[in-house]
Design a protein around this ligand. Structure first.
Ligand code: AMO
Length: 449
C-alpha cells in the first residue's frame, strides 16, 4: 500500500467523522505509515505505540487479540527506534492527546528492529550526541535546523539570481594558502603539499578580473584554528559574494541586507510556527536599513560604558561585540549592526583604504545579536597599491604572484563579503553552539562521523 505521511492523517480522520464535509461519516480510511517507534506502552490488555516520521507523530492503538494475533505479536517484539510499516484504519478519538486520532493496526511490518538500549537519550551531552549523530538527527528539532538551512540557501540564491549573480564552485585544493598562512590545513598532493581553501577570496576576485560582474558561492571553507568555542568549526559552509564596479563598500552592505531580509522573510513564512513550537524562538524579519556604526565610534561608545580590555586597542573582542549589540538594540531596537571603517592595522592587505584617511579601510563586519556573522570590504584593485600594502604588512610578494597577476590587466573596483552559514543558523534558531547548526560538525577534536 502507498505510504501516507503522518501530517496527512488529520485530514483523513476528519473525513471519516464527517468534520471536513459536514456530511454523514465516510467509512474509516485504511492507510500505511512508515516510520520509527517513538514510544511504546505495552499493557496487559492494550498495546499503545507512537510512530514518528519526518512530518509528525501518531498513536497506534491495539487491543490484544490473544494467541494467534499477528499484530499483537509484532507489536510485542518492537523496541524504541525500530523502523516499521503499519497498516490500519485512521480513527478520530478525542481522548488521544496526539492530535485526537489513532491508527487501529491491521498489519505491522518490522522493517528493521533497533537493538535494545539506545546509546543516547535526551540527557546526553553534546559530544556524545555528535558521536551518535544519526540517532540525534531523528529528533524533529534537529531536522528543523536542516530544513531551515535549505530555505536559507534557497532564499539567498533567489536574491542572487534576481540581481544577476553567477554562482561559482571554486577549487578547495590550492597551491598556496588563500588567506594568511597560519590557519591553513596542509594536505599531501602527490609529491608536494596542497592547501585547503580558507576562503574563496582569491577565486571570487579572479572571477571579477575575468569580467563576471557579480559572483557568489556557497561552499566549504577550512580553517586550521585550534578553537574550542561554540562559534568555531574547522570546516564550515561559507556564503561568499563579490560585486564589480562598485563606487563604495556601502553597495556591498546594502546587498547583504537585502539578502538577509529575504532569508528571514522566507524562513518566517515557511518555518515560523515550527521554530516557535520546537525551539521556543521567535524569528524576526529585520527592518531595513540595518544600523551602521564606524569602528571608531563603536570603540568610543564602548569605552564610555567602561569596556576597556587590555591589548584590544583597535578591534572588538567577543565581549565588546556583545556590548555593542546591547547598545544598538537599546537605541535602535535592531538585532543587526554593521561595524564599518576598521583600521588598516587589523584588516588584510587586500582591503581598500579610504582616500580621506588611509589608516582606515572601506570594510565592515556584520554582527547579529552580538555575534560576528560576516566580514566584508571593498578590495584594493590597483596593482601597485596592492603590492605596497602587502609589503607594508611584511608579506613576501612571490607566493602572492598569481593573486597579484589578476590586477595587472584591467580589474574594476569591486567588493564583497564572506558570511558563515552555521553562525547565521545559530543565531536564527537560538542554538547554543555551531555544533548543532549544520549537518555534521568538524572541530579540532572531531573528524567523525
Ligand atoms: P572571515 O575570516 O571573517 O573573512 O570569515 C567570514 C565569516 O566566516 C565565518 N567564520 C567561521 N565560522 C565558523 N567557524 C570558523 N572557524 C569561522 N571563521 C570564520 C564568520 C565570518 O564572519 N575572505 C574574507 C571574507 C571577505 O572579505 O569576503 C573572510 O574569509 O561568520
Amino acid at each position: 500500500m502507498a505510504r501516507t505521511l503522518i501530517r496527512e492523517l488529520a485530514r483523513l480522520a476528519g473525513a471519516q467523522t464527517g468534520v471536513r464535509t459536514g456530511a454523514a461519516a465516510d467509512p474509516a480510511e485504511t492507510v500505511t505509515v512508515h516510520g520509527w517507534i517513538n514510544a511504546l506502552r505495552l499493557q496487559s490488555r492494550m498495546q499503545f505505540v507512537v510512530v514518528r516520521d519526518h512530518t509528525g507523530l501518531v498513536q497506534v492503538t491495539h487491543r490484544r487479540g490473544g494467541d494467534g494475533d499477528p499484530v499483537e505479536a509484532a507489536l510485542e517484539r518492537l523496541t524504541p527506534e525500530s523502523a516499521v510499516k503499519i497498516t490500519g484504519t485512521v480513527v478520530a478519538n478525542p481522548i488521544v492527546k496526539l492530535g485526537g486520532l489513532e491508527i487501529r493496526p491491521e498489519r505491522v511490518e518490522i522493517v528493521a528492529l533497533a537493538e535494545a538500549g539506545l546509546p543516547i537519550d535526551e540527557h546526553s551531552g553534546p559530544e556524545h550526541r555528535l558521536d551518535w549523530r544519526f540517532l540525534d538527527l531523528r529528533r524533529p528539532e534537529r531536522q528543523l535546523v536542516l530544513a531551515v538551512q535549505t530555505t536559507v540557501e534557497q532564499a539567498m540564491r533567489e536574491v542572487a539570481a534576481e540581481e544577476g549573480f553567477t554562482e561559482l564552485h571554486s577549487p578547495k585544493l590550492m597551491g598556496a594558502p588563500s588567506e594568511s598562512g597560519a590557519e591553513v590545513f596542509r594536505v599531501g598532493y602527490f609529491d608536494r603539499t596542497a592547501y585547503l581553501a580558507q576562503s574563496p577570496q582569491f577565486y571570487k576576485q579572479l572571477a571579477i578580473a575575468g569580467g563576471i560582474d557579480r559572483v557568489f558561492e556557497i561552499g566549504p571553507v577550512f580553517r586550521a584554528e585550534p578553537s574550542y568555542t561554540s562559534r568555531h568549526a574547522t570546516e564550515f559552509t561559507g556564503v561568499d559574494v563579490e560585486i564589480a564596479w562598485i563606487e563604495d563598500v556601502e553597495e556591498v552592505m546594502a546587498f547583504e541586507e537585502r539578502m538577509l531580509h529575504r532569508v528571514l522573510s522566507r524562513v518566517t513564512e515557511r518555518h515560523g510556527e515550527a521554530i516557535r513550537e520546537l525551539l521556543g524562538v521567535e524569528p524576526v524579519v529585520p527592518a531595513l536599513p540595518f544600523p551602521r556604526v564606524t569602528m571608531a565610534e563603536a570603540l568610543a561608545r564602548l569605552r564610555a560604558t567602561g569596556w576597556d580590555p587590555e591589548g584590544v586597542a583597535e578591534d572588538l573582542d567577543p565581549e565588546g561585540e556583545r556590548r555593542l549589540a546591547a547598545l544598538v538594540a537599546e537605541e535602535h531596537g535592531h538585532a543587526f549592526v554593521f561595524v564599518t571603517d576598521f583600521p588598516a592595522s587589523v584588516r588584510p592587505f587586500y582591503h581598500h583604504r579610504r582616500a580621506a584617511d588611509p589608516s582606515v579601510t572601506a570594510s565592515f563586519d556584520l554582527l547579529w545579536q552580538g555575534l560576528e556573522i560576516t566580514t566584508g570590504a571593498q578590495r584594493e584593485h590597483r596593482y601597485e597599491v596592492l603590492r605596497a600594502q602587502a609589503t607594508e604588512k611584511g608579506m613576501a610578494l612571490e607566493p602572492l604572484a598569481s593573486y597579484l597577476d589578476c590586477f595587472r590587466y584591467g580589474t574594476p573596483p569591486h567588493g564583497g563579503f564572506g558570511l558563515g552559514l552555521g553562525r547565521v543558523l545559530m543565531v536564527l534558531l537560538g542554538l547554543g553552539s555551531i555544533r548543532d547548526a549544520g549537518f555534521l560538525f568538524r572541530g579540532p577534536n572531531r573528524l567523525t562521523p
